[in-house]
Design a binder for this molecule. Structure first.
Ligand code: NAG
Ligand code: NAG
Ligand code: NAG
Ligand code: NAG
Length: 503
């Protein structure tokens, strides 16, 4: 009973809801809020300036009635981030409220510079440096504060250095992933802007063996997306399904090429159907060019790149079981529900393609799937070993596949091969899973989560954020020394709200 009550209290703080998430991106910068200034530094007689990203800069009235040029007109809580993972000193987003929703003061508030020794600018890349630091009130971490991005808030007359996010719970500090709010996934370009974090050196630099995406002169007339820098990419099939990704060429990728051969790679990446489309070019067909590219290691340009996700979803990272109604997974779990370590997808794919696993997997993922999900969405080129969720298959697809399997297997299959129904269910219908090595010979697909419905004890949703405390002595925000500290902001567990100005 006690557990059950705790869930009821925890859930509301955890679930934001997709529509609320979307709403928070609307009406961010309203021209209507701008005030005409007699001495505008903007273009003559204009009261606002709109940049390419749609941000509006304009004059706004301050507490004291004076006008100040500002970069956003409304407070914005940046729902992409649920908590601060580490210092997050790369943060260049537009959040301008503290973790307790208090509005941030402009950085130029005169008395504030004293205690902070910035190692960086407060400015924002995403604002394209149109404005100087002093005109902004975005959360930043110019002094590498361990509580992450922060801003000055007003507590009566006094200014207070206040964190903008609560820290992520220590469980989420594992691994190098930056986790984002699941409600934005897969963060397709145009829906929720990620341009401020896609190519951060701090982010991209944390990925090992990341491949510089380059243009090859010999292939330059061939129409694919190309990227000149190391960056997370937010287009194409991979992004549509799994969110931003980054090209990787590491040992696992080399191993795949060695084990499966370039020919297999080109056949998978340039299926026959594309050869049938009329090619206007004179010399080489697109397919041939792609094949040449793969042959010559220009795999990125051939739209056939090895990859990994750039972000995980915070909610999925703390997931404990899989509900029947759950439909997507973007977490970074690397173990099956029996705690076996997942194999990288490139490794699993190579084993399957070389007939080193039960033939059912080759059928389910490569030859027998009418949607061709595993190949089309480039899952077989994923160098990571995170659990992945394949889209559920309809009853009619199921029937089609079952029939085909009955025909295919009758000639060749050994007696002891795996059961179609069981494997179909695990691979497509039971949520995220991965391949695991059961013993020297046996590689098998396993689900990564128990079904929540099969667990009798109610499951307590883990907490994503960690409480922070105000030190009694200094009055400054810090990690809580003792979770039962009387100054802790108890979120959920006790329904007690911090009183204003509480020390
Ligand atoms: C920023 O602060 C400086 C010094 O405190 C002041 O001279 C300047 O006018 C301020 N700028 C704005 C835009 O308030
Ligand atoms: C694996 O089996 C399939 C047919 O089931 C065959 O087409 C393919 O060539 C085999 N691959 C290898 C590497 O033996
Ligand atoms: C699919 O089949 C299952 C049982 O095999 C059944 O419960 C379900 O209603 C079917 N769905 C549709 C859309 O026909
Ligand atoms: C496939 O074979 C199984 C038994 O081996 C049988 O139960 C099932 O009805 C068959 N399905 C189709 C579509 O032929």
């Amino acid at each position: 009973m006690k557990n059950f009550l705790e869930i009821l209290v925890f859930l509301p703080t955890l679930i934001v809801g997709i529509s609320k998430f979307q709403q928070q991106f609307q009406k961010l910068s309203l021209i209507e809020d701008c005030v005409v200034s007699p001495t505008t530094i903007l273009k003559d007689n204009e009261k606002y300036y709109r940049d390419e990203m749609g941000n509006v800069f304009c004059y706004r009235k301050q507490h004291d009635g004076s006008l100040k040029l500002g970069s956003t007109s409304r407070s914005f809580a940046d729902p992409r981030f649920l908590c601060a993972k580490g210092e997050m000193n790369w943060y260049r987003g537009r959040r301008n409220v503290a973790f307790d929703q208090k509005p941030c003061e402009f950085w130029n508030t005169s008395s504030i510079q004293q205690n902070v020794k910035p190692t960086k600018s407060f400015s924002s890349y995403s604002m394209r440096r149109f404005l100087l630091d002093e005109y902004e009130n975005f959360c930043r971490n110019p002094d590498d504060w361990e509580l992450g991005p922060w801003c000055w808030t007003r507590n009566g007359g006094a200014l207070e250095k206040t964190p903008c996010f609560q820290p992520c719970s220590p469980k989420l500090f594992e691994g190098i992933f930056i986790c984002l709010n699941k409600w934005g996934f897969p963060y397709k370009m145009g829906d929720f802007d990620l341009t401020d974090i896609m190519d951060l050196p701090e982010l991209v630099g944390s990925f090992k063996n990341v491949q510089l995406q380059f243009e090859n002169r010999r292939l330059s007339d061939f129409p694919v997306f190309r990227y000149q820098t190391k960056t997370c990419v937010n287009s194409g099939k991979i992004a549509e399904n799994f969110g931003p990704w980054i090209a990787v060429l590491d040992g696992k990728a080399q191993e795949f090429i060695r084990d499966s051969g370039r020919r297999t790679l080109w056949e998978l990446c340039t299926p026959e159907i594309r050869e049938k489309t009329p090619i206007i070019r004179i010399e080489q067909s697109e397919v041939t060019k792609r094949r040449v590219a793969i042959q010559e290691d220009e795999i990125t340009a051939a739209d056939c790149t090895f990859w990994r996700q750039c972000f995980s979803a915070c909610q999925d990272d703390t997931k404990l079981c899989w509900k029947k109604t759950d439909s997507s997974y973007f977490g970074a779990k690397k173990t099956s529900k029996f705690l076996e370590t997942c194999l990288p997808w490139t490794k699993s794919a190579a084993l399957i393609l070389n007939n080193k696993t039960d033939e059912i997997y080759r059928f389910l993922l490569f030859d027998g799937d009418p949607q061709n999900y595993f190949v089309e969405n480039r899952v077989f080129l994923n160098t990571e070993n995170f659990c992945m969720n394949f889209r559920k298959k309809s009853n009619s697809t199921h029937a089609k596949m079952q029939k085909l399997w009955n025909q295919t297997r009758s000639e060749t299959s050994p007696e002891n091969s795996l059961d179609f129904e069981t494997e179909f269910e695990k691979v497509f219908q039971n949520g995220p899973g991965c391949f695991v090595q059961k013993n020297e010979k046996l590689v098998i697909f396993e689900s990564c989560f128990q079904n929540c419905e099969s667990i009798l004890e109610p499951v307590k949703e883990p907490k994503i954020t960690q409480n922070i405390c105000k030190s009694k002595k200094s009055g400054k925000w810090d990690f809580c020394k003792n979770p039962e500290d009387e100054n802790a902001l108890y979120r959920g567990r006790r329904r007690r709200k911090p009183k204003n100005g509480e020390k």
